[in-house]
Design a protein around this ligand. Structure first.
Ligand SMILES: NC(=O)c1ccc[n+]([C@@H]2O[C@H](COP(=O)([O-])OP(=O)(O)OC[C@H]3O[C@@H](n4cnc5c(N)ncnc54)[C@H](OP(=O)(O)O)[C@@H]3O)[C@@H](O)[C@H]2O)c1
Length: 330
């Protein structure tokens, strides 16, 4: 039997386990042009909070009773598509379930012989590509410049800072807690990381950025973004990638330092990674090269079993994950 997690109700404020329901169903059979996949890993991502809502967004939300959306990495069990055969490793838009069946065109074949399969949901997957294009095309950091990134120990942030270092910049992270900050500096090689939970964010960030901030990769929003705005340099660039501090809030945070955009002639651009779909091969090639060269390190936070996926998502939205959040399915 297939096991899957469906949306039982829309959360108001924080997500709770009662917003989900675990169901069983027959294992799907592939039709012509289709492939059946056994999922081994499920990616948990902050955007899933947005899908648990009827609010207008860049993608339609999940309906009540529908399988929660999400990307998985797994193995082909049966194929009626010429490009796939049993045993192939793939990523797929399966949602929160153990087995998935769909058109071969929806799958991506991956080579997991040199790196773990799970990396294709993290540093070599959607989060890695988000960091890559947000940095390359929007932050456009030049050697010697200072790049700041929030949620620095996470899936996207950790890649952003390591790209900044690989491209000759000063990389400064912002993260919650001493352990995450130590990891970002000692393991990932950032120049500094500021613990926003320790207070004095503005003073500490200013000290870590003695020449100001040329590029900001924003993952969190709210007070952290507002504070960093005060340190931006003339003609700085800002990638608005995520606003996780607002995702469960009843009211969005109101920015106070908007003026910094005007006086510094900042370029501020929102990004959604699938706008770069045609250039994914470029990111995939550069990111795996860095991983194999030991210049792009990653850390994973693993929840065991599909039925624990709701717990994993709730933890992620509260910052309890330490690295890319995954669910091990088998
Ligand atoms: N635009 C796109 O295409 C795109 C694609 C992927 C991801 N994103 C966005 O990128 C951001 C990071 O995603 P990710 O997958 O890399 O997640 P992640 O960083 O691995 O995990 C989320 C982290 O956000 C931080 N956080 C949570 N609530 C917070 C709060 N109230 N204030 C400050 N920090 C908070 C926590 O780290 P700390 O403990 O350090 O606070 C938590 O560990 C999210 O906003 C996500 O929506 C956007």
């Amino acid at each position: 039997m297939n096991k899957r997690v469906v949306l039982a109700s829309y959360p108001e404020g924080w997500v709770t386990e009662s917003n989900f329901r675990v169901e069983t169903a027959p294992i799907p059979k592939p039709g012509d042009g289709e492939v059946m996949v056994k999922n081994l890993w499920l990616s948990l991502d902050p955007y899933m909070r947005g899908r648990m809502s009827q609010q207008k967004s860049y993608v339609k939300g999940v309906e009540i009773g529908e399988v929660m959306s999400g990307e998985t990495a797994g193995e082909v069990l049966e194929s009626k598509h010429p490009k796939f055969k049993p045993g192939d490793k793939v990523t797929a838009p399966s949602g929160w379930q153990l087995y998935w069946c769909g058109k071969g065109e929806m799958l991506t074949k991956v080579d997991a012989t040199k790196v773990p399969l799970s990396y294709f949901l993290g540093c070599l997957g959607m989060p890695g590509r988000t960091a890559y294009f947000g940095m390359k095309d929007i932050c456009q950091p030049k050697s010697g410049e200072t790049v700041v990134v929030s949620a620095a120990s996470g899936a996207v942030g950790s890649v952003v800072g390591q790209l900044a270092k690989a491209w000759g910049c000063r990389a400064v992270g912002i993260a919650g807690g001493k352990m995450k900050c130590n990891y970002v500096v000692k393991e990932l090689g950032f120049d500094a990381c500021i613990d926003y939970k320790a207070g004095n964010l503005f003073e500490n960030l200013k000290a870590a950025c003695p020449k100001g901030v040329d590029a900001l990769f924003e993952n969190v929003g709210g007070e952290i973004f507002d504070t960093t705005l005060r340190l931006m340099n003339l003609r700085g660039r800002i990638t608005i990638c995520g606003l996780i501090s607002d995702y469960n809030a009843k009211e969005p945070y109101g920015l106070k330092n908007f003026r910094a955009i005007l006086v510094n002639r900042l370029t501020v651009r929102g990004m959604i990674v699938f706008d770069w779909l045609e250039r994914y091969p470029e990111a995939n090639r550069d990111l795996i090269e860095l991983v194999l060269a030991g210049k792009l390190k990653t850390r994973e936070s693993v929840v065991e079993g599909l039925e624990n996926a709701p717990k994993g998502l709730i933890g992620l939205l509260k910052g309890e994950n330490f690295g890319k959040q995954l669910v091990r399915l088998a």
